[in-house]
Ligand binder design. Structure first.
Ligand code: NAP
Ligand code: GLV
Length: 340
């Protein structure tokens, strides 16, 4: 029986490499591949499964020529992959849900606190020797306790953020599927029943002191926060984005921050990563992080483990534990290449 062949587009931390090596012949690329390189590798017939990163664009064109049976993404989000096209081709897509929920919510809370208390401006002042001692009106910020946090989406990371915010004495509102709506029963709210309040997207936008985004990037959520939405926010409001950059119209955000339409923004993600919209980096009322929501040692190890186990299962022809589109294999697999 031949061993499965797995392509890993970027080196990942342990335990993934050891798990993969025990189960398959593994090729790890030294440097992230270009789109053309990755497309050629996936089309080569040399690999059963590819383990990808968010920067790897797995679109319909690439999938149309691919001879892999699975794509295991090292992330919970999978907007870099055209899942409909993968399903059509009989290619299963895996992701890493759950293990990064608390770490990412920590970063949302960090951005809430960091923007409210002007941490970047304060840090710079100290480092640049401009701190001359305690002053009654030095770097006054906003309170967090008693203020209203609006959560766009109420999935895993939004709930973990709500848990933290309630601990800080915030009032928590949420819109479950913005910009649309859907009913949410108390049973679905679980521990949050009676402690958070569901509102429609328009009300969330208008009444939040902090508006924090927790939806996946999809057609419906692209530019969910645009110039019109920013104009409906309070002038004192702060926008927090740990979801995906294109959920916000970043050029419109720069304008809104310049004009004082809103007070500040805390961003872990950007519309065209790693590039920033012109002017964003110069704005003092921003806290900008390089997409580090899940970046703790234990969490990245868990993501490594899950993505490796997903890849190994796919290579063996088994639906992985975390399959985004298990239906891709519910019919005879069209695009699959046998590994044995
Ligand atoms: P989740 O548990 O699946 O929650 C997603 C939420 O968005 C749910 O409330 C869901 O509503 C809603 N939603 C789903 N599809 C939608 C659509 N098309 N339009 C509007 N709302 C929609 O996901 P999660 O684990 O919390 O992760 C959320 C996102 O965070 C990920 O997709 C990823 O992009 C991002 N993320 C970023 C980092 C980082 O490093 N900054 C780390 C992890 C994740 P329903 O309940 O009705 O389905
Ligand atoms: C990170 O952004 C993820 O989706 O895991």
């Amino acid at each position: 029986m031949t061993r499965a062949r797995i392509l890993v587009t970027t080196p990942i931390p342990e335990p993934g490499p050891s798990l993969l090596a025990a189960a398959a012949d593994v090729t790890v690329l030294d440097a992230p591949p270009s789109y053309a390189e990755l497309a050629a590798l996936c089309a080569s017939g040399d690999y059963d499964v590819v383990l990808t990163q968010l920067r790897d664009r797995i679109d319909a064109e690439l999938l149309g020529r691919a001879k892999v049976r699975g794509v295991s993404n090292f992330a919970v989000g999978y907007n870099n992959i055209d899942v409909a096209a993968a399903t059509e081709r009989g290619i299963v897509v895996g992701n890493t849900p759950g293990v990064l929920t608390d770490a990412t919510a920590d970063v949302a809370m960090l951005l809430i606190l960091g923007t409210a208390r002007r941490v970047v401006e304060a840090d710079r002042m100290v480092r640049e020797g401009r701190f001359h001692g305690w002053e009654p009106e030095l770097l006054l910020g906003a309170d967090v306790s008693g203020r209203t946090l609006g959560l766009a989406g109420f999935g895993r990371i939004a709930r973990a953020t709500a848990r933290r915010a309630l601990g800080f004495g915030m009032e928590v509102l949420f819109a479950p599927r913005p910009p649309g709506d859907r009913p949410v029963e108390d049973a679905e709210l679980g521990e949050f029943a009676g402690r958070v309040r569901k509102v429609e997207w328009g009300e969330l936008v208008a009444s939040s002191d902090f508006l924090s985004l927790h939806v996946p990037l999809a057609e419906e959520t692209h530019h969910l926060v645009d110039a019109r939405v920013l104009a409906r926010m309070k002038p004192s409001a702060i926008l927090i984005n740990t979801a995906r950059g294109p959920v916000v119209d970043e050029a419109a955000l720069v304008e809104a921050l310049r004009a004082g339409t809103i007070a500040a923004a805390g961003l872990d993600v950007f519309e065209d990563e790693p590039l920033l919209a012109p002017g964003l980096a110069e704005l003092p009322n921003t806290v900008l992080l390089p997409h580090i929501g899940s970046a703790t040692v234990p969490v990245r190890a868990e993501m490594s483990r899950l993505s490796a186990l997903n890849a190994i299962a796919m290579a063996a022809g088994q639906t992985p534990e975390h399959a985004v589109n298990p239906q891709a294999w519910s019919e005879p697999v069209r695009g699959a290449r046998s590994s044995s």
